[in-house]
Design a protein around this ligand. Structure first.
Ligand code: NDP
Length: 403
């Protein structure tokens, strides 16, 4: 029985709140707080209707302000703060957790607002402080990062003596019926995918122009889809924690239509994150674009199709070459029926709840700042299927990376 405080009432916050409410023996008292309180109230009302007897508390908070976070934590007294606001808030929320002695968890690593650069260095730097305080921070408990880190740890534990290559493959074969929309926060999403790509090979990072390496990969239940190598944050912690990996890449599917829109957005300057003057007022073009694009949280109702995300690993077991592929497919409509959110929010929110459950039940415990693959993957893998994201494994055989 534990009190939790969820920060952020977007698509992911909605799913986390639903899934916590569906596990009342662990999450006995839930507060949902965000910049706009009415969004928290809407989610709390939807949950009260869907799960009678559930009363989620709500609050307004600006999580950029450590002071506001500290006073909210002091008034609610949670055992854990689940941060599903934006990556910009990671450090202020971690600071508030340090000040109040409360555990911390998030789903995306810190990014400075003025530079589209995401890496763990800022959060890893807080390890000694969390350790000294005797509390823990669990970083990246979404799907990717998150489940992909746990799949990798599970493969390392059960299927390999030495892992040599890792390919994380992320396919969204859904159709939301809009000409262009992003599946999570547009500002964060566009910053992520317009950067140079980067992958790990033979002990160093190889940088490539955006979307310059692409090929058809085969996804179970979906078929071949054009996939591109991009940099994704879990690669950074995975190559550190599994140093035998000679190569680690991350692939994501993009349609030609999506890439054309993206190119136009960049060419006309709408992906800029530096301020420009407009009618006497400073605006950031990408933030303005976010205001006119569809809200990812609103895509669920008409979203068809499914996502397929997994890890494909090659290595040695008992001296023999072997391979494994672990993956989950999630249908947007199933996600919507359960939580009124689309599949990308769902595949992020469910592991966030399961990660929180690992911490609160003591199955994952430590003092300091941790990534998901540093803990025993088994209890997480046992829990994630029944909670909504069942996984499958293929051992041996063609990983179908090179078609
Ligand atoms: P949304 O933009 O839909 O929601 C973000 C929420 O955070 C909004 O409610 C917003 O408030 C709130 N917020 C923003 N700034 C502040 C602030 N200063 N103080 C308090 N609240 C604030 O994003 P998503 O729900 O799509 O994504 C949430 C997080 O999940 C992001 O960090 C994203 O990167 C991560 N993510 C992780 C994935 C994974 O697999 N690991 C996959 C997808 C997303 P307001 O409504 O007022 O704007």
């Amino acid at each position: 029985m534990s009190k939790v405080l969820i920060i952020g009432a977007g698509g992911v916050g909605r799913v986390v709140a639903y899934k916590c409410a569906m596990n009342p023996s662990v999450f006995s008292d839930i507060m949902l707080a965000s910049r706009t309180r009415s969004k928290c109230d809407q989610i709390a009302n939807d949950i009260a209707k869907a799960i009678p007897g559930t009363a989620i508390k709500t609050a307004q908070v600006d999580a950029d302000q450590v002071k506001e976070m500290v006073s909210l934590i002091k008034s609610h007294q949670p055992k854990l703060v689940i941060n599903v606001a934006l990556p910009y808030q990671d450090l202020t929320i971690m600071e508030a957790c340090l000040e109040t002695g409360v555990d911390y968890m998030d789903t995306a690593n810190y990014e400075p607002p003025e530079e589209a650069k995401f890496e763990y260095s800022w959060q890893w730097k807080l390890h000694e402080k969390f350790k000294a305080k005797g509390i823990m921070a669990l970083l990246g408990s979404g799907f990717d990062p998150g489940v992909t880190n746990v799949y990798t740890a599970y493969a390392a534990k059960h299927y390999f003596d030495v892992m040599k290559t890792l390919d994380i493959v992320d396919c969204n074969a859904g159709d939301h019926g809009k000409a262009f929309a992003t599946n999570f926060n547009p500002e964060i999403n566009i910053r992520e995918i317009t950067q140079n790509g980067k992958y790990w090979e033979k002990g160093r990072w190889i940088e490539i122009p955006p979307h310059s390496v692409g090929r058809d990969l085969y996804y179970p239940g979906i078929g071949p889809k054009k996939s591109y190598v991009i940099f994704h944050e879990e690669l950074e912690s995975i190559v550190k924690n599994f140093p035998s990996l000679e190569r680690a890449r991350f692939w994501m599917t993009f349609s030609d239509n999506y890439l054309t829109h993206l190119r136009v957005i960049q060419n006309i300057g709408m992906a800029r994150i530096d301020p420009v003057m407009y009618e006497g007022k400073e605006i950031i073009p990408l933030q303005f674009l976010k205001a006119v694009l569809p809200d990812p949280g609103s895509l669920g109702e008409n979203y068809s199709g499914e996502t397929s995300i997994g890890v494909r690993i090659h290595g040695l077991k008992d001296g023999k070459e072997t391979s494994c592929y672990i993956w989950n497919n999630c249908k947007h409509q199933d996600a919507f029926r359960e939580t009124r959110a689309q599949g990308v929010s769902y595949t992020t929110g469910v592991p966030a709840m399961v990660g929180a459950k690992m911490i609160l039940t003591g199955k994952w415990r430590g003092a300091g700042v941790f990534n998901m693959e540093q803990f025993d993957p088994d209890p997480f893998m046992e829990e994630i299927g029944p909670q909504g994201l069942p996984w499958q494994v293929q051992l041996g055989g063609d990983l179908e990376m090179e078609k």
